[in-house]
Design a protein around this ligand. Sequence first.
Ligand code: URA
Length: 245
Amino acid sequence: MAGAAPSGFNKRKKKLSVKCEAAAASNQIGVNQMLVYVPPHPLIKHWVSVLRNEFSPPPIFKSAMAELGRLLIYEASRDWLETIGGEVQTPCGVANVEFIDPREPVKVVPILRAGLVLVEHVSSVLPATQTYHLGFVRNEVTLQPTLYLNKLPDRFPDSSLILVADPMLATGGTIVAAIEELTSRGADVKNLRVVAAVAAPPALKILSEKFPGLRVYTGTIDPGLNEKGYIVPGLGDAGDRSFGT
Ligand code: URA
């Protein structure tokens, strides 16, 4: 039917849209010295909406998460990556060019499980990467994270650029534990960027207190958490919805 909303979507109520626009329009929200970016891009809004829809089945959810990640990584890399100058021979002459130094790959740290999905398309954005996996499981009662997989190097080379992917910044427990693992291995918070699908105030507050200089790129900021530590309205369990469990 022409003009009908796709399955599971109702037409937005004016009140809600005003609230979303307010978060996005500010684009850059300073929390102490930490910067939180909600890139005001229509595609980012679209993929966040697909993720939120409880009727999006796992394959659609997963590809929306991967696509959102690609866009957020693009935004996060905008004023971050440096190019080096050179020359190339084109079919018609010699051109001055700028390119990303393949000798300095961005260290990508997905937090399992759902972080893997958020960085699925990272190589289509960043020409040179190395990926180091971190696995945390959250105790459903205490909400405390436990590290069960750590593939980080003993030491990061000085001034490494590090991109951490954690789709749901809820209580902040997991992302704080992850960043502490990174800084204990020589990572500099100033060179670290976090990408997330949804962020909530408790996580943003603790990140800003613990890691001044950090930058967070998120699809949206939601008002709060429920008693189980899930973001509300959020999108549910990002890992379960991605993998159909
Ligand atoms: N992890 C999730 O997957 N969803 C939430 O809402 C919070 C933490």
